[in-house]
Design a protein around this ligand. Structure first.
Ligand SMILES: NC(=O)C1=CN([C@@H]2O[C@H](COP(=O)(O)OP(=O)(O)OC[C@H]3O[C@@H](n4cnc5c(N)ncnc54)[C@H](O)[C@@H]3O)[C@@H](O)[C@H]2O)C=CC1
Ligand SMILES: O=C(O)[C@@H]1CCC=N1
Length: 275
């Protein structure tokens, strides 16, 4: 894997996370190419990460065994059509991280017989704690599957899903998920301030508690429900808070929010510009 040449089309937030992770995992910066229309972004990537940069998407493709499409979904069609001749010539593995763009659309834009892996990463990739789900089209061979998996594994966990449709649920759970936890952190910090704690104390207690809860849940063989019950002394403070959450419809609201995100993902993939 370490000798694979990887071309990133788009060098923004997610691409920068992936590239940082790949380099931290031992991938040679000299075998990574990044193209972007933003010259400042390219300059910063070249200086900080010592990767090859270019303003030409075709050049990034022509150097690569794996091409990672990391531009916004809204411009994916134009970018894919622009690089299609270079892709057809080289036939690299194409890995797309764009939300809502289906393999059928990518395949139509890039031309026939292209091995495509579509995936949904999340922003904790930036701190090497990402969660990504991947799906491969029927042109992807075993070696290419492990190439794609290795790229995403460099920034966290990577799991395959059988059906491309599952990526809509994945988007609702882990793609958007960091924002849900941030919302809970924001709300807890505000409430802690109302209870008289300083901003700094509130922030540190909320963040360390989130980290501790995630760590204990990951390291324990017990379910979150059981772990919650362990914190909840009968008749105590936690019980009072949990009852307040449940009386306010917390679980139903979480379910409604995830369904709404999943439905939006489906809706986005049906938009004319995504097809
Ligand atoms: N931010 C998130 O939480 C997640 C984002 N994604 C997906 O990752 C992709 C990238 O998102 P971000 O990195 O957050 O966006 P970003 O805006 O930080 O990066 C996109 C980059 O593409 C560049 N670009 C624009 N037009 C271009 C062109 N014609 N050719 C080459 N480069 C061009 C921009 O200058 C920018 O640097 C999106 O498709 C998004 O759906 C996936 C999972 C999570
Ligand atoms: O909000 C969005 O549409 C993208 C997909 C997952 C995270 N951000």
């Amino acid at each position: 894997m370490k000798t694979q040449k990887i071309g990133f089309i788009g060098g923004g937030n997610m691409a920068t996370s992936l590239i940082s992770g790949l380099i931290a995992a031992g991938h040679e910066p000299s075998s990574i190419w990044v193209s972007d229309i933003n010259s400042e972004q390219l300059k910063s990537l070249a200086e900080r990460l010592k990767v090859n940069v270019t303003a030409s998407n075709e050049t990034a493709v022509s150097e690569a065994d794996v091409v990672v499409l990391a531009v916004k979904p809204q411009i994916m069609r134009d970018v894919a059509k622009q690089i299609a001749p270079a892709i057809q010539q080289r036939k690299p593995l194409v890995v797309s991280i764009a939300a809502g763009i289906g393999e059928r659309s990518l395949s139509a834009w890039l031309g026939p017989d292209i091995a495509i892996v579509r995936c949904m990463p999340n922003t904790p990739a930036l701190v090497l704690t990402g969660a990504t789900a991947l799906h491969a089209n029927d042109k992807v061979g075993a070696e290419q599957r492990s190439m794609a998996e290795n790229i995403l594994r460099a920034v966290g966990i990577a799991l395959w899903v059988k059906d491309e449709k599952e990526l809509d649920a994945v988007t609702a759970v882990s793609g958007s998920g960091p924002a849900y936890y941030f919302l809970l952190m924001e709300s807890m910090e505000k409430a802690a301030a109302e209870l008289g704690l300083t901003e700094e104390t509130a922030r540190l207690l909320v963040l360390q508690t989130a980290l501790g809860a995630a760590k204990i849940a990951l390291e324990s063989s017990e379910t979150p429900e059981l772990l919650r019950k362990r914190v909840t002394s009968p008749g105590g403070t936690t019980q009072r808070a949990i009852e307040t959450f449940q009386q306010g419809g917390f679980e139903a609201l979480v379910s409604k929010a995830l369904h709404a995100a999943r439905d939006r993902s489906v809706e986005m993939s049906n938009q004319p510009e995504f097809n």
